[in-house]
Design a protein around this ligand. Structure first.
Ligand SMILES: C[S@@+](CC[C@H](N)C(=O)[O-])C[C@H]1O[C@@H](n2cnc3c(N)ncnc32)[C@H](O)[C@@H]1O
Length: 507
């Protein structure tokens, strides 16, 4: 904990022109993702407290970028003259007035932390002040990055960032939305969002204070993004992490309310955690939440944890700071889970698309092998389109009479087993190499058909061709290829080529 973290109402530009000046200062110093990583490579994977002495040595130079990294990223005291030089022509005092810096005994210290997130300059509270105040505001976090990567980005009229924190999702939304609304219960979070919006040249983000959908009660949006405090725990102290609602009620509330605040065809992306009770499978709780939501939905699953592992993970910051508090927190959390019949905890996301009234929505659950590490919005859009295609009916006949194309970025994984002097292909999978990284196991013979899906011949034609070339039973191969094609569609690894001239391909 750092004494510089005493509660301020959050930063504010006294003169709006200072926003452009600060942006220019940071740009001139090359305070960009590449510039900062050039000096401090660890920023790419996340800074670690125990490595701080090494970082300090990496940015010991007197140039403006080193000074700004020491000040804003590492949170170190910097001599006044060095800070003044690095921040010229804006200068230290303007940022002191903006409540970004403090000055004492000839040195300057940042009250805030600055990161470059998705090419945005984002100020939030210092990371070493996380457990110091209940209204602490994160600059970014692994969960924020996950939401960013899972967002479907289309040009839209209106977007909502619910529980905006320092405003990263609202600012990203300004790149493809005509209007962006940011809501948070925490006034300090809204101060950071306003500040960051000005700093990044997007001052029109509309900030509203209040609880969840209260400030936008009568509005519907084309896009909703939310990284709410979804942690399932007995705690209610920290706004960024804890919810006063019991168990997973908050995730449920945000998901079901988001469904009500979408325009027809609008998408919502909500990161959430949910609790499994006796006999629950991982998708069951979100399925129950969505029974009457009126939305198509993908329930994405990143993992399921035992109560102890979950409690230890979320209390990890206490481990080094106060080991006995860590142990008693874990015990308290475990008691809470026992008293509520919680057997395990799932992390994931719910992606919703509003159906026009009267239409029957569909619901799909997908377990990811790992959380995405690069943008997956296009993958999600393809999954929605493919589900729509499958839902329009026609069954196996339609599949066989359609032409498909394999996704551009994929690899085929084949395991060869050695038996009786020959290698036999006994396990095959088609796997996406970016985004959602979904993988589908396929029958080795069906794979021969799938690898020829080039969008110009029907599945049936290709199966017949392959059966004849390899001397296989055509009916059996056609059945296997149909099953495999349906699974690949479900996982977005192929797309239907609606425009193919089928009469020409079967000639
Ligand atoms: C996990 S943080 C996410 C912040 C930011 N969106 C991000 O992804 O980094 C959760 C946010 O929800 C806000 N929050 C907590 N309770 C809220 C409520 N009742 N209504 C609106 N926002 C709330 C917190 O203040 C915090 O900013």
């Amino acid at each position: 904990m750092n004494d510089s973290s005493s509660r301020s109402p959050g930063p504010v530009f006294r003169d709006p022109a200072d926003a452009a000046l600060l942006r220019q200062v940071l740009r001139d110093a090359d305070f960009t993702a590449t510039g900062v990583a050039g000096r401090l490579p660890a920023v790419r994977t996340g800074l670690r407290a125990q490595d701080r002495p090494l970082y300090e040595r990496q940015v010991a130079g007197t140039d403006p970028l080193s000074t700004l990294i020491r000040l804003f990223l590492l949170g170190l005291r910097v001599p006044f003259e060095a800070a003044e030089a690095a921040l010229a022509p804006l200068g230290v005092h303007r940022l002191q007035e903006a409540m970004i810096l403090t000055v004492a005994d000839g040195s300057v210290m940042s009250l805030t932390q600055l990161l470059v997130v998705a090419d945005l300059l984002i100020f939030g509270d210092r990371d070493d002040a996380m457990l110091a105040t209940p209204d602490w505001v994160a600059v970014s976090s692994p969960t924020a990055t996950l939401v960013e990567l899972l967002t479907i980005r289309r040009p839209v009229r209106s977007s909502l960032d619910l529980g905006c924190g320092s405003g990263m999702h609202a600012l990203l939304a300004t790149r493809h939305s005509e209007r962006v609304t940011a809501v948070d219960i925490n006034e300090r979070a809204l101060a950071f969002t306003r500040f960051n919006a000005q700093l990044n040249g997007a001052p029109d983000v509309e900030c509203r204070q209040g609880s969840w959908f209260d400030p936008v009660s009568d509005q519907a949006f084309d896009m909703i993004v939310s990284n709410p405090p979804f942690v399932v725990s007995p705690e209610s102290e920290f706004l960024f992490r804890d919810s006063p609602l019991p168990a997973d009620e908050l995730s449920k509330t945000v998901v079901t309310e988001a469904a009500r605040h979408l325009v027809d065809g609008g998408f919502a992306h909500i990161l959430c955690n949910w609790a499994l009770g006796e006999g629950d499978e991982w998708p069951d709780p979100p399925r129950r939440w969505l029974t009457d939501a009126g939305c198509d939905a993908f329930i994405l699953h990143f993992g399921t944890e035992e109560p102890m592992a979950y409690a230890a993970m979320w209390n990890a910051p206490l481990k080094t700071e106060n080991p006995s508090a860590f142990v008693s927190a874990v015990d308290r959390w475990l008691d809470y889970y026992r008293s509520r019949g919680i057997h395990a905890l799932c992390s994931g996301a719910v992606i919703l698309r509003r159906r026009p009234t009267g239409e029957r929505p569909w619901l799909r659950a997908l377990s990811l092998r790992q959380a995405p590490e690069d943008p997956a919005g296009e993958d999600l859009l393809r999954l929605f389109r493919n589900e729509d295609w499958l839902e329009t009916g026609g069954g196996d006949q339609r599949l066989l009479e359609s032409a498909f194309r394999l996704l551009d970025r994929h690899e085929v994984r084949q395991t060869l087993g050695y038996r009786g002097g020959v290698y036999d292909s006994h396990r095959c999978a088609v796997a996406q190499t970016s985004g959602l990284r979904l993988e589908v196991a396929v029958d080795p013979e069906a794979l021969q058909v799938l690898l020829r899906l080039d969008g110009s011949h029907t599945l049936r034609d290709i199966a017949q061709q392959v059966a004849s070339e390899l001397g296989l039973d055509v009916t059996a191969l056609t059945d296997k290829a149909t099953t495999a094609a349906r699974e690949l569609l479900r996982h977005g690894l192929i797309v239907a080529q609606e425009t193919v001239d089928l009469s020409a391909s079967s000639a």
